[in-house]
Design a protein. Structure first.
Ligand code: DX5
Ligand code: ZN
Length: 226
């Protein structure tokens, strides 16, 4: 299994967004996590297509777009046009879930499905074979800088088992409150794509990215040696 760091730009200083993304890129992050919020599915509003289009110029890294928006099916084409490489939609926000995942894949992107802390893992059963990544939210979606919800650890483990028992090695992403101190918990539970907002963009971005990247590389190595 490959382990990937996806720094969330929601925690960046937007007055120097390009520069901060370049730092995370140069320090080795493979993905850039882009949180889009609509003020309806979640209480807050972040940013949308024009921002994504602008930052597309500063990095070639994988744009991991997390849509915290109601009826994301309305905007798939637009997010592809502005430079998304992968699009993650919420199970709770999208009625035509299968169709939307199929559309994302048909366009050549990686398709992701996310569930909020209150949604049980078995809600993903109908789309288990239709996603390239599942995102287990480890805080209530809507804001950066929240504390990791311990109750989500078991859900990561449960989903990894659900996938494994069907012979699937799909990526599991975790997002919200991941720190240097709890990283091992989500890795051991079965997550392999790690979103870090505050833990990377608050403080020295280069040092923080290198730190997490090294930890992920070491964990990957320890898994291959097993
Ligand atoms: C929360 C967002 C997260 C958030 C993570 O709704 O989806 O991506 O930015 O930030 P931290 O790592 O600070 O919790
Ligand atoms: Zn996110």
């Amino acid at each position: 299994m490959h382990y990937i760091l996806s720094p969330s730009i929601l925690a960046a200083d937007f007055s120097k967004l390009g520069e901060e993304i370049e730092k995370a890129d140069m320090a080795g992050a493979e993905y850039i996590h882009i949180d889009v919020m609509d003020g309806i599915f979640v209480p807050s509003i972040s940013f949308g297509m024009p921002v994504i289009q602008s930052i597309r110029k500063v990095t070639q890294k994988f744009f991991d777009v997390h849509l915290m928006i109601q009826e994301p099916e309305r905007y798939i084409e637009e997010f592809i046009a502005c430079g998304a490489d992968g699009i993650t939609i919420h199970q709770e926000a999208c009625k035509p879930l299968r169709k939307t995942l199929e559309l994302i894949r048909a366009k050549g992107l990686r398709a992701g499905v996310s569930i909020s802390p209150k949604t049980p893992a078995d809600q993903l059963l109908p789309v288990l074979d239709l996603a390239d990544m599942f995102l287990i939210m480890t805080v209530e979606p809507g804001f950066g800088g929240q504390k990791y919800m311990d109750s989500c650890t078991e859900k990561i483990r449960e989903l990894r088992e659900m996938l494994g028992s069907r012979g699937l090695h799909t990526d599991i992403q975790v997002d919200g409150g991941i720190t240097r101190d709890n990283l091992h918990i989500v890795l051991e539970a079965g997550a392999n794509v790690i979103v870090t907002g505050s833990s990377v963009f608050r403080g020295d971005i280069t040092d923080n990215t290198v730190y997490f990247q090294k930890r992920l590389e070491a964990f990957e190595q320890s898994q291959t040696n097993r």
